[in-house]
Design a protein around this ligand. Structure first.
Ligand SMILES: [Fe+2]
Length: 158
């Protein structure tokens, strides 16, 4: 059921397109993850690790900016409240996730400049694993919202 109100909603088609086009982001997640898995090479390649997480941070900033510019919008006329609540929550995730990836960059930089130890790099790996898990959960919930928004449109016949 829809009611007349104002609230945040999504442009499901644009949001889906942004997700399908984010190959660079997927590649960077894989590269950082693969890099951190090579335990014996972690210290040797810490500069590469730092550069990769900085690229991941920048790509993520662009991804969130695109989603917020084209995927989310305030609908002043016709907003489904159950979608609006989820949209608000998911959009707010962007800021929290970005703070997390910035912290990973800071830690990777500290390891680089302090010629860090294996335990320091293991801490970066733990931060990254937790961050990656939260990011992928966010993406899954956003994809679910896209499906619900499409269903909602079909259900209302518009
Ligand atoms: Fe998002």
């Amino acid at each position: 059921m829809r009611i007349l109100t104002t609230g945040l909603t999504i442009n499901a088609a644009f949001l889906q397109e942004i997700k399908e086009d984010n190959q660079e982001l997927r590649l960077l997640f894989g590269q950082v993850s693969g890099h951190l898995c090579k335990i014996s090479e972690r210290l040797l390649y810490r500069r590469e690790l730092f550069e990769l997480v900085v690229r991941l941070r920048d790509q993520l900033a662009m991804h969130f900016a695109l989603e917020e510019a084209f995927g989310y919008f305030n609908d002043a006329i016709d907003t489904a409240p159950h979608l609006s609540e989820k949209a608000e929550d998911l959009k707010a995730d962007h800021g929290r996730l970005f703070v997390e990836v910035c912290r990973i960059c800071d830690e990777a930089e500290a390891v680089l400049h302090a010629a860090g130890s294996m335990s320091d790099i293991a801490a970066v790996a733990d931060l990254f694993d937790a961050f990656a898990s939260r990011f992928h959960d966010h993406e899954a919930r956003e994809n679910q919202l896209i499906l619900e928004a499409f269903d909602d449109d079909i259900g209302c016949g518009d």
